[in-house]
Design a protein around this ligand. Structure first.
Ligand code: PGA
Length: 239
Protein backbone atom coordinates (compact mmCIF):
# COMPACT_ATOMS: atom_id res chain seq x y z
CA UNK A 1 0.00 0.00 0.00
CA UNK A 2 1.34 3.44 -0.86
CA UNK A 3 2.50 5.60 2.01
CA UNK A 4 2.17 9.36 2.46
CA UNK A 5 4.03 11.00 5.33
CA UNK A 6 3.42 14.57 6.51
CA UNK A 7 6.64 16.01 7.96
CA UNK A 8 5.61 19.16 9.84
CA UNK A 9 9.18 19.92 10.87
CA UNK A 10 9.29 22.56 13.65
CA UNK A 11 5.87 24.01 12.89
CA UNK A 12 2.47 24.10 14.61
CA UNK A 13 1.23 24.57 18.17
CA UNK A 14 -1.20 22.15 19.76
CA UNK A 15 -4.35 24.16 18.93
CA UNK A 16 -3.32 24.23 15.28
CA UNK A 17 -2.57 20.51 15.38
CA UNK A 18 -6.05 19.76 16.75
CA UNK A 19 -7.68 21.84 14.04
CA UNK A 20 -5.49 20.13 11.43
CA UNK A 21 -6.51 16.66 12.64
CA UNK A 22 -10.19 17.59 12.47
CA UNK A 23 -9.85 19.01 9.00
CA UNK A 24 -7.76 16.11 7.69
CA UNK A 25 -10.33 13.69 9.12
CA UNK A 26 -13.12 15.59 7.38
CA UNK A 27 -11.21 15.60 4.08
CA UNK A 28 -10.48 11.88 4.01
CA UNK A 29 -13.89 10.84 5.32
CA UNK A 30 -14.99 8.04 7.61
CA UNK A 31 -13.73 5.25 5.42
CA UNK A 32 -10.27 6.76 5.06
CA UNK A 33 -8.28 6.50 1.85
CA UNK A 34 -6.96 3.36 0.25
CA UNK A 35 -3.41 4.40 1.19
CA UNK A 36 -1.42 4.58 4.40
CA UNK A 37 -1.17 8.02 6.01
CA UNK A 38 1.36 9.07 8.63
CA UNK A 39 1.68 12.41 10.40
CA UNK A 40 5.03 13.45 11.89
CA UNK A 41 4.37 16.49 14.09
CA UNK A 42 6.74 18.00 16.64
CA UNK A 43 6.67 15.83 19.77
CA UNK A 44 4.72 18.50 21.67
CA UNK A 45 1.82 18.07 19.24
CA UNK A 46 1.81 14.25 18.99
CA UNK A 47 -1.35 13.86 21.06
CA UNK A 48 -3.13 16.78 19.43
CA UNK A 49 -2.45 15.47 15.91
CA UNK A 50 -3.55 11.92 16.61
CA UNK A 51 -6.71 10.47 15.03
CA UNK A 52 -8.99 8.63 17.44
CA UNK A 53 -10.24 6.67 14.42
CA UNK A 54 -6.67 5.65 13.52
CA UNK A 55 -6.98 6.65 9.89
CA UNK A 56 -3.40 7.85 10.16
CA UNK A 57 -0.56 6.79 12.40
CA UNK A 58 2.10 8.88 14.07
CA UNK A 59 5.81 9.35 13.43
CA UNK A 60 8.58 11.19 15.21
CA UNK A 61 11.00 13.34 13.24
CA UNK A 62 14.07 12.21 15.16
CA UNK A 63 15.18 9.76 17.85
CA UNK A 64 18.09 9.54 20.26
CA UNK A 65 21.03 7.32 19.36
CA UNK A 66 21.07 6.26 23.02
CA UNK A 67 18.61 3.90 24.70
CA UNK A 68 18.12 5.48 28.13
CA UNK A 69 19.86 7.51 30.80
CA UNK A 70 21.66 10.79 31.37
CA UNK A 71 21.19 12.39 27.94
CA UNK A 72 19.56 15.74 28.66
CA UNK A 73 17.18 16.85 25.95
CA UNK A 74 17.04 13.52 24.13
CA UNK A 75 13.98 11.34 23.53
CA UNK A 76 14.43 7.59 23.26
CA UNK A 77 12.88 5.17 20.80
CA UNK A 78 10.97 3.42 23.59
CA UNK A 79 9.58 6.77 24.74
CA UNK A 80 8.41 7.48 21.19
CA UNK A 81 6.58 4.16 21.06
CA UNK A 82 5.14 4.88 24.50
CA UNK A 83 3.88 8.24 23.15
CA UNK A 84 2.13 6.47 20.27
CA UNK A 85 4.62 6.58 17.40
CA UNK A 86 4.83 3.77 14.89
CA UNK A 87 7.44 5.34 12.60
CA UNK A 88 10.50 7.55 13.01
CA UNK A 89 12.26 9.70 10.42
CA UNK A 90 16.01 9.09 10.57
CA UNK A 91 18.72 10.93 8.62
CA UNK A 92 16.63 13.78 7.24
CA UNK A 93 18.95 16.15 5.35
CA UNK A 94 18.23 18.92 7.88
CA UNK A 95 19.55 16.63 10.63
CA UNK A 96 22.54 15.71 8.49
CA UNK A 97 23.48 19.24 7.43
CA UNK A 98 22.31 21.45 10.33
CA UNK A 99 23.02 19.06 13.19
CA UNK A 100 25.99 17.16 11.80
CA UNK A 101 24.40 13.71 11.91
CA UNK A 102 26.43 11.27 9.85
CA UNK A 103 26.58 7.54 9.14
CA UNK A 104 27.83 6.16 12.48
CA UNK A 105 25.32 8.13 14.55
CA UNK A 106 22.50 7.34 12.14
CA UNK A 107 23.34 3.63 12.33
CA UNK A 108 22.98 3.87 16.12
CA UNK A 109 19.64 5.63 15.75
CA UNK A 110 18.48 2.88 13.40
CA UNK A 111 19.52 0.25 15.94
CA UNK A 112 17.62 2.02 18.75
CA UNK A 113 14.53 2.25 16.53
CA UNK A 114 14.70 -1.50 15.82
CA UNK A 115 15.05 -2.39 19.51
CA UNK A 116 11.82 -0.49 20.16
CA UNK A 117 10.08 -1.82 17.00
CA UNK A 118 9.73 1.61 15.47
CA UNK A 119 9.76 1.52 11.67
CA UNK A 120 12.48 3.81 10.30
CA UNK A 121 11.83 6.21 7.45
CA UNK A 122 15.46 6.54 6.44
CA UNK A 123 16.23 9.60 4.30
CA UNK A 124 18.89 9.78 1.61
CA UNK A 125 19.66 12.25 -1.17
CA UNK A 126 22.36 14.29 -2.85
CA UNK A 127 23.07 18.03 -2.59
CA UNK A 128 22.86 20.39 -5.56
CA UNK A 129 26.65 20.27 -6.06
CA UNK A 130 26.70 16.48 -5.92
CA UNK A 131 23.82 16.40 -8.37
CA UNK A 132 25.60 18.66 -10.85
CA UNK A 133 28.81 16.69 -10.44
CA UNK A 134 26.97 13.47 -11.32
CA UNK A 135 27.71 12.03 -7.88
CA UNK A 136 24.15 11.00 -7.00
CA UNK A 137 24.94 7.32 -7.38
CA UNK A 138 27.91 7.30 -5.02
CA UNK A 139 26.11 9.48 -2.45
CA UNK A 140 23.20 7.05 -2.44
CA UNK A 141 25.51 4.04 -2.04
CA UNK A 142 27.32 5.71 0.87
CA UNK A 143 24.10 6.65 2.63
CA UNK A 144 22.51 3.26 2.04
CA UNK A 145 25.65 1.61 3.47
CA UNK A 146 24.53 2.99 6.85
CA UNK A 147 21.80 0.30 6.73
CA UNK A 148 24.50 -2.41 6.67
CA UNK A 149 23.61 -3.74 10.13
CA UNK A 150 19.88 -3.13 9.88
CA UNK A 151 18.00 -6.45 10.17
CA UNK A 152 17.16 -7.48 6.59
CA UNK A 153 13.76 -8.94 7.44
CA UNK A 154 12.46 -5.83 9.23
CA UNK A 155 10.04 -3.42 7.53
CA UNK A 156 11.88 -0.43 6.06
CA UNK A 157 10.97 2.82 4.36
CA UNK A 158 13.63 4.75 2.44
CA UNK A 159 12.86 8.32 1.37
CA UNK A 160 14.79 9.70 -1.58
CA UNK A 161 15.00 13.41 -0.87
CA UNK A 162 17.37 15.33 -3.13
CA UNK A 163 18.59 18.21 -0.94
CA UNK A 164 18.24 20.69 -3.79
CA UNK A 165 14.51 19.93 -3.95
CA UNK A 166 13.67 20.27 -0.26
CA UNK A 167 11.74 23.44 0.46
CA UNK A 168 12.78 25.00 -2.85
CA UNK A 169 9.56 24.73 -4.81
CA UNK A 170 11.41 22.67 -7.43
CA UNK A 171 10.71 18.95 -7.32
CA UNK A 172 12.88 16.39 -9.06
CA UNK A 173 11.56 15.21 -12.39
CA UNK A 174 9.69 11.90 -12.32
CA UNK A 175 12.61 10.53 -14.38
CA UNK A 176 15.20 11.60 -11.76
CA UNK A 177 13.02 10.13 -9.02
CA UNK A 178 12.69 6.89 -11.01
CA UNK A 179 16.45 6.59 -11.55
CA UNK A 180 17.19 7.18 -7.87
CA UNK A 181 14.45 4.91 -6.56
CA UNK A 182 15.55 2.14 -8.91
CA UNK A 183 19.12 2.55 -7.67
CA UNK A 184 17.97 2.40 -4.04
CA UNK A 185 16.04 -0.80 -4.73
CA UNK A 186 19.14 -2.29 -6.39
CA UNK A 187 21.32 -1.36 -3.42
CA UNK A 188 18.82 -3.03 -1.09
CA UNK A 189 17.90 -5.82 -3.46
CA UNK A 190 17.45 -8.47 -0.82
CA UNK A 191 14.97 -6.41 1.18
CA UNK A 192 11.28 -5.70 1.27
CA UNK A 193 11.02 -1.94 1.33
CA UNK A 194 8.96 1.02 0.34
CA UNK A 195 10.71 3.89 -1.41
CA UNK A 196 9.27 7.38 -1.04
CA UNK A 197 10.15 10.56 -2.87
CA UNK A 198 10.40 13.87 -1.00
CA UNK A 199 11.20 17.44 -2.00
CA UNK A 200 8.64 20.08 -2.99
CA UNK A 201 5.83 17.59 -3.56
CA UNK A 202 2.51 19.40 -4.00
CA UNK A 203 -0.97 18.56 -5.28
CA UNK A 204 0.01 19.67 -8.80
CA UNK A 205 3.10 17.48 -9.25
CA UNK A 206 2.10 14.48 -7.10
CA UNK A 207 0.22 12.60 -9.84
CA UNK A 208 3.13 12.59 -12.33
CA UNK A 209 5.72 11.76 -9.67
CA UNK A 210 3.66 8.87 -8.41
CA UNK A 211 2.87 7.53 -11.87
CA UNK A 212 6.36 7.82 -13.39
CA UNK A 213 8.71 8.18 -10.41
CA UNK A 214 8.68 4.48 -9.44
CA UNK A 215 7.96 5.33 -5.81
CA UNK A 216 5.54 4.01 -3.22
CA UNK A 217 4.49 7.40 -1.91
CA UNK A 218 5.88 10.66 -0.60
CA UNK A 219 7.51 12.38 2.34
CA UNK A 220 5.96 15.83 2.27
CA UNK A 221 7.16 18.93 4.12
CA UNK A 222 5.73 22.38 3.34
CA UNK A 223 2.59 21.23 1.51
CA UNK A 224 1.70 18.81 4.31
CA UNK A 225 1.06 21.73 6.70
CA UNK A 226 -2.20 22.27 4.85
CA UNK A 227 -4.55 19.33 5.50
CA UNK A 228 -6.35 19.96 2.21
CA UNK A 229 -3.07 19.71 0.28
CA UNK A 230 -1.95 16.63 2.23
CA UNK A 231 -5.26 14.91 1.50
CA UNK A 232 -5.11 15.92 -2.17
CA UNK A 233 -1.55 14.58 -2.55
CA UNK A 234 -2.54 11.33 -0.87
CA UNK A 235 -5.37 10.98 -3.36
CA UNK A 236 -3.01 11.52 -6.29
CA UNK A 237 -3.07 7.93 -7.47
CA UNK A 238 -6.83 7.87 -7.77
CA UNK A 239 -6.69 11.13 -9.72
P1 PGA B 1 9.32 19.93 1.30
O1 PGA B 1 10.11 19.09 2.40
O2 PGA B 1 8.13 19.12 0.87
O3 PGA B 1 8.92 21.22 2.01
O4 PGA B 1 10.26 20.19 0.18
C1 PGA B 1 10.27 17.71 2.29
C2 PGA B 1 11.05 17.18 3.46
O5 PGA B 1 11.97 17.87 3.93
O6 PGA B 1 10.77 16.08 3.95
Amino acid sequence: MNLFVANWKMNMLRAGARAYAQELGRRIGDRGLDVELVVAPPLTALDAARDAGERWSMAAQNVSSEAEGAFTGEVSARQLVDAGCRYVIIGHSERRTLFGEAGPMLARKLARAREAELVPIYCVGETADEHTAGATDSVLSDQIATLRDDPPGAPLVVAYEPVWCIGTGTAATPRDAAVASTRIRELLASRQLRVLYGGSVNPANAGDLLRDGKVDGFLIGGASLDPAAFAAISRAETG
